[in-house]
Design a protein around this ligand. Structure first.
Ligand SMILES: NC(=O)C1=CN([C@@H]2O[C@H](COP(=O)(O)OP(=O)(O)OC[C@H]3O[C@@H](n4cnc5c(N)ncnc54)[C@H](O)[C@@H]3O)[C@@H](O)[C@H]2O)C=CC1
Ligand SMILES: O=C(O)CCC(=O)C(=O)O
Length: 488
């Protein structure tokens, strides 16, 4: 492609060096708020580049895993300090590259710093237990060892937090990493890796390979020297990653989609429920796996809830995420824009009533971006496509219910089970919801999105591979248990 001068080209980071892809090919990473704004050129790598990255990670493994936990933690502390120093610059890059608003990007960067500090501390926590042996002279205990080289495949919607909640524990527990970020956010990924380099991470411990899913992602999944693959993204790709990993006996962890419900009961604080539905469903333009998508409202409060919701949604200011007046930015790409618009069309065709939004925004200042109006449907029935499939856009479906039982039955009637919320003041209703809702994350009087890094995160049913990320749960994926018996 023709390169515009003055725009930086970002390279792969392999074995401690910034190197161009062996293919000689690059692509432009563009601003979804204005397609003419090129954030940087990024590498389209080939299998040769991946081979080099895996070899570097394999080579770095023995010395990295031999370091003590506190020593590895010290590197993570230093990375956190560098990221903190560069936080504004990296948040701005994130906003320009994937569209979320600057306050959201700053919040995510702060989350990244906290993740690094949390896992830095992990280096000092216990890794095993002493278990009584039947042999009175024997000592039996468990310890944990790293998996080896770990492949980290990430999406574009949380370009700092997701890579860090995978890489920080991978490193803390002694693994080395080959990191393949989403093509859409490769510049943000390169800046994250720059922070690791600046923090003095030894060569080969983290290797960045930019490129396509079918070439680099698939190459990671199939590589015999990669012992574990951690993936976040679509169900379609995730399922394939899991099947290929099983076929060669590699460990894998998948975090995929959601179709997350909110249940609003007649005793709910309606203002709180509206605010949480808007925030959970429409922030980051609905591009979160935890985003609210279906809203079940008890008949007695359906009309007042709907009116309050619509008046709040109509106030939303859509625009460039760098503009301080903007509440909701664009969708990440033209492909994602068309995908979301086609779901909206399907909703109308299948008989749902469009209450507001539904159009691409093409005013003078928005026409070069991928903006869609925040959209609310009603008369949505459980078999409609918009009630079943993950849209990954700013689209809410209102569904009227008579009872909590009906709401729970419908809320559970999808293949996903990531997060879910209820709004009620009744403890009995709360407890029924906590018990009966099939979701990895159940939240009472709080929005469906916004996970906390110190707690386990993951879904039920087709939302995940039934594993959990973050918090102490991460140790289960990134290490193997060894049971040791010693007799003098
Ligand atoms: N659960 C979540 O957090 C996310 C869900 N999605 C869902 O996926 C839809 C499509 O978004 P995409 O970015 O296309 O998701 P995707 O699943 O294609 O991409 C996620 C990551 O997987 C990589 N990848 C793609 N094909 C691969 C393969 N064959 N082997 C290994 N890695 C591969 C991609 O390059 C990217 O790094 C969205 O509309 C949304 O519904 C997307 C991003 C995040
Ligand atoms: O809601 C959050 O904070 C995290 C969402 C997430 O993990 C995702 O969208 O992939």
């Amino acid at each position: 492609m023709t390169l515009t001068t003055g725009i930086q080209t970002y390279l792969n980071y392999i074995d401690g060096k910034w190197v161009p892809a062996s293919t000689g090919e690059v692509e432009a990473s563009i601003n979804p708020a204005n397609r003419h704004d090129v954030i940087g050129y990024v590498q389209i790598s080939g299998r040769d580049d991946l081979e080099k990255a895996v070899a570097a990670a394999k080579n770095a493994l023995s010395s990295w895993r031999k370091r003590s936990g506190p020593e590895r933690g010290e590197f993570l502390h230093r990375m956190a300090n560098v990221l903190e120093r560069r936080a504004d610059e990296i948040a701005e890059t994130m906003t320009r590259e994937m569209g979320k608003t600057l306050p959201e990007a700053k919040g995510e960067t702060a989350r990244g710093i906290a993740l690094l500090r949390y896992y830095a501390g992990e280096g000092m926590r216990k890794v095993g237990d002493v278990i009584p042996s039947t042999d009175s002279e024997g000592l039996m205990f468990t310890t944990r060892v790293p998996l080896g080289v770990v492949g980290v495949i990430t999406p574009w919607n949380f370009p700092v937090a997701i890579p860090l909640w995978k890489m920080a524990p991978a490193l803390a527990y002694g693994n080395t990493v080959v990191f393949k970020p989403a093509e859409e956010t490769a510049v943000t990924a390169a800046k994250l890796v720059e922070c690791m380099e600046e923090a003095g991470l030894p060569a080969g411990v983290v290797n960045l390979v930019m490129g396509s899913g079918p070439v680099i992602g698939q190459g990671i999944v199939d590589h015999p020297d990669i012992s574990g693959i951690t993936f976040t993204g679509s169900n379609e790709v995730g399922r394939r990653v899991g099947q290929r990993a099983v076929a060669r006996g590699a460990k894998f962890q998948l975090e995929m989609g959601g179709k997350n419900p909110v249940i609003v009961l007649e005793d709910a604080d309606l203002d709180l429920a509206v605010e949480a539905t808007v925030s959970g469903g429409l922030r980051t333009a609905g591009q979160k796996c935890t985003a609210t998508s279906r809203v079940f409202v008890q008949s007695a409060v359906y009309d007042p809830f709907k009116e309050k919701l619509l008046s709040r949604v109509k106030e939303i200011q859509v625009g460039d995420g760098m503009d301080p007046r903007t509440w909701m930015g664009p969708l990440v790409s033209e492909e994602q824009l068309h995908r979301v618009l086609s779901y909206i069309r399907k909703g109308v065709e299948e008989g749902a009533t469009l209450l507001c939004g539904g159009r691409r925004l093409e005013e003078e200042n928005l026409k070069d971006g991928f903006f869609v109006e925040p959209t609310v449907f009603e008369d949505v029935t459980p078999e409609m496509t918009i009630a079943r499939e993950e849209i990954f856009g700013p689209v809410l479906a209102l569904i009227r219910v008579d009872t909590l039982e009906e709401a729970l039955r419908l809320a559970n009637d999808v293949p996903y089970g990531l997060s879910a919320s209820i709004f009620t003041r009744d403890i009995g209703n709360m407890l029924s919801f906590i018990d009966e809702m099939d979701a990895g994350l159940v939240r009472v009087n709080a929005e469906t999105a916004g996970v906390e890094l110190q707690a386990p995160f993951g879904g039920m049913k087709q939302s995940s591979s039934h594993s959990r990320e973050q918090g102490r749960a991460a140790i289960e994926f990134f290490t193997s248990i060894k049971t040791v018996f010693v007799k003098g």
